[in-house]
Design a protein around this ligand. Sequence first.
Ligand SMILES: Cc1cc2nc3c(=O)[nH]c(=O)nc-3n(C[C@H](O)[C@H](O)[C@H](O)COP(=O)(O)OP(=O)(O)OC[C@H]3O[C@@H](n4cnc5c(N)ncnc54)[C@H](O)[C@@H]3O)c2cc1C
Ligand code: SF4
Length: 310
Amino acid sequence: MLKILTNIEDIQGAKGEIRAGGTDLHDRYRMGVSSGAIIDIHKLDFGGIVENADGSLTIGANVTIDNVGQYPKIQSGYGALSKAANGLATPQIRWAASFGGSLLQKTRCSYFRHPDLTCTKKGDSECGGRTGQHPNGVVFDKGGCAHSHSSTLATALLAYNATVRTTEREMPIVDLYGDGSAHDRDHLLNENEILTHIVLPPAIAGEKTAYFRSISRFEAEWPIVECSVRLVVTDGVITDAGVGVGGVSQIPLRLKNVEAALIGQAATQSTLAKAARISTENTKPLPQSAWKVEIMVNTLLHTLEMALKG
Ligand SMILES: Cc1cc2nc3c(=O)[nH]c(=O)nc-3n(C[C@H](O)[C@H](O)[C@H](O)COP(=O)(O)OP(=O)(O)OC[C@H]3O[C@@H](n4cnc5c(N)ncnc54)[C@H](O)[C@@H]3O)c2cc1C
Ligand code: SF4
């Protein structure tokens, strides 16, 4: 059954999985991993991209990833976000997929995506990814789900301290995912809670930004590790930094220890190298994912270098 919402109030009592662009949902329905009623929200008007008087930006959850990547104020003021948006998936996906859906998409773990393989996120008692093949698994293992979170844009939003609004609340982006202890969840929204807006704080003039992904093929693939970076450099000193990393944890991660190692230091190669190395603190890779630790360090270092070069 398909219910197309034209009024957000009608979500009350509606039964089914929410669909925005449908690029993740339909893949799962086709594979027989998900099924049942669909609540389509693409007609709900959350507004497009609004430039607020205080310099912040409010972006409707149904704005496409392509529009996020191409919007001039996002390109000029939030470079890490626009570069991440323009660098993920394929042009066709970016035209169809929504910003909200990109943050709430379900895991790409192949055990989850295969109808015949076991996965605790599908309600099975065993996590096939942990006991089986997990070369692309997490490197900050917390037990439970062993696969990394899929959202590229969440890593950029973490670097920008963005907040999100839903039909029930407003919260920092970090609270959309929690600390990774909810092993059966890809995000912490309640049933029928709709993500309506993403809010970016006022842009900082002259900020240096970069997004880089280490990936096994040119496009149409999720990265092995990805990184979004913003740096503010004043008189040769890094005065502010935001570092988000994906592909390494069950949640999108902000690396505060790396940010702390950058802030207050001279903007030099040696500072960047030391900070990138600090990302290995607290790593706990799985037997088959240890190779990703060095990929993480080098992805991070390369992204920091790209940002500094401008
Ligand atoms: C080949 C390929 C490569 C890709 N590479 C990447 C990549 O590198 N990085 C990356 O991040 N993504 C990647 N993607 C995934 C793509 O970004 C997602 O499929 C897309 O962003 C999902 O958005 P959507 O609007 O189509 O979501 P939908 O498929 O409509 O929904 C996805 C999920 O989000 C929920 N949802 C959607 N909107 C809302 C809302 N407003 N409120 C509450 N719940 C909501 C839905 O219920 C559903 O569970 C790739 C996809 C493909 C096919
Ligand atoms: S790693 Fe996560 S998604 Fe993959 S099978 Fe285990 S619980 Fe499921």
